[in-house]
Design a binder for this molecule. Structure first.
Ligand code: 9WN
Length: 410
């Protein structure tokens, strides 16, 4: 393995996907700034260009709404090739944005960027701190239920067609969405993407929430989809811990954040499915989703220390060559090709690996890191891979795959 060469390639990908202040996940398939992709990009940039890393964070936050919400896509410039674009979301602000959010990794990534160069980063950290707090407050005010964090659209989870959403999606009647032209399948093999029945419902939810004027209270009352996402609860809990750390460092009040952490720690228990794993919960029916997905393994990353997922983790790592797959290989719907229903994602492995390492599971963390390293070194900087044989899948020259190579896997 020629590490120097792969490092250079990873840096080149970040530069190549840079559109002048913001980084697209990959050219063609995703031509805008995506929320959590952008945070990974900034973390990657911080290994060789900390100024550019902070620039990424500032452009991301130009999309923040007055109510604190940080949208999942910021449409800085018109671009072809992605659907649904700004006209469909119809959010009356500039820059145009989508109307939903995404996994809040920002506080965690920003803490790392700050720590890469505190002297340079101090003023940026001061500038962005209040914005981070208001985004976190938005989650608490609008999305916290029984200490868990709810999503109103599968796209908010960042795991679009995960098994977690199957039952809730089946309860949505997609009639009336009309004709539309998906663009993702122009770029990628349709076998690797969500199905039409998924897209019909994705759009149905967008149209409904748009008709609610993107008003969170109306959406909470009338929305078609409301699921407590185990992935976001864990990621948000971790982000609150990092926000607390930043608050202490900058000498800000901490009581409010400490309260959030307590509530979330209690809420994690509500994600525990008595069948023996952390799970998402459909808030419209009160039922567990009965899906053991890669997000269940953010237990360690969240800072919870029960080791409750360790048995499943060891089993799954032995069942596939490249862990951790987005869906349990023993699940009847496991599909090593179709997006979040089986493939393995480098950035997911990274979050799981960081948590394992922090909690003393050094060997397992190292195994996961080596497997991710091999995937990228052998197969390239793809969006995701088959966990069975490492076959590359989805988009190529992918930003967050390059970023995690530079920060963790390489
Ligand atoms: C919808 C950009 C994004 C990621 C998500 C991933 C995928 C979009 C799509 O791509 O979602 O937001 O059109 O498929 O699921 O995690 O942020 O890489």
């Amino acid at each position: 393995m020629n590490f120097d060469k792969i490092d250079r390639e990873a840096r080149k990908i970040l530069r190549r996907n840079d559109r002048g202040g913001y980084t697209v996940p990959t050219a063609g398939l995703y031509p805008y700034q995506w929320n959590w992709d952008s945070c990974f990009a900034a973390w990657g940039f911080s290994t060789f260009d900390v100024k550019r890393a902070w620039f990424e964070i500032h452009t991301l936050f130009t999309g923040q709404w007055d109510n604190g919400m940080l949208p999942h896509i910021i449409f800085h410039k018109r671009a072809d090739g992605y659907f649904p674009g700004p006209d469909v979301w119809d959010v009356p602000r500039v820059p145009h944005t989508s109307g939903i959010s995404q996994p809040p990794v920002a506080a965690t990534m920003i803490r790392s960027i700050y720590e890469a160069d505190k002297r340079y980063g101090r003023v940026h950290m001061e500038l962005i701190y209040g914005r981070l707090v208001s985004w976190h407050r938005w989650f608490i005010k609008n999305r916290m239920e029984r200490g868990m964090i709810a999503i109103t659209h599968p796209w908010e989870s960042g795991r679009d067609n995960a098994r977690d959403w199957d039952k809730a999606m089946a309860n949505i009647d997609p009639t009336g969405v009309g004709e539309y032209h998906r663009r993702d399948t122009d770029h990628v093999d349709p076998e690797m993407r969500p199905k039409k029945e998924d897209y019909d419902r994705y759009l149905k939810i967008v149209y409904h929430n748009r008709d609610c004027g993107w008003n969170e209270e109306r959406i909470a009352k009338t929305g078609l989809f409301r699921v407590a996402d185990v992935g976001i609860t864990f990621i948000f809990l971790r982000a609150c811990r990092d926000l607390l750390h930043i608050a202490l460092e900058l000498d800000h009040e901490t009581a409010e954040i400490e309260g959030w952490i307590k509530d979330l720690e209690a809420g994690v228990e509500n994600h525990w499915n008595p069948k023996g794993f952390y799970d998402s919960v459909d808030l419209k029916t009160g039922e567990f989703t009965d899906s053991l997905s890669s997000a269940s393994f953010f237990e360690w990353y969240s800072g919870m220390s029960g080791d409750r997922m360790l048995g499943h983790l060891n089993r799954i790592l032995d069942e596939v060559k490249f862990g951790v797959p987005s869906n349990d290989p023993e699940d009847e719907h496991f599909n090593p090709k179709r997006y979040w229903r089986g493939p393995v994602w480098g950035m997911v492995n990274t979050l799981i690996g960081i948590g394992l390492d922090e909690q003393g599971h050094i060997k397992t963390a190292e195994r996961l890191r080596k497997e991710t390293q091999e995937l990228i070194a052998e197969h390239g900087f793809y969006e995701y891979f088959s966990p069975l044989d490492g076959a590359p899948e989805g988009g190529d020259v992918f930003t967050w795959t390059a970023a995690i190579w530079l920060t963790w896997a390489g």
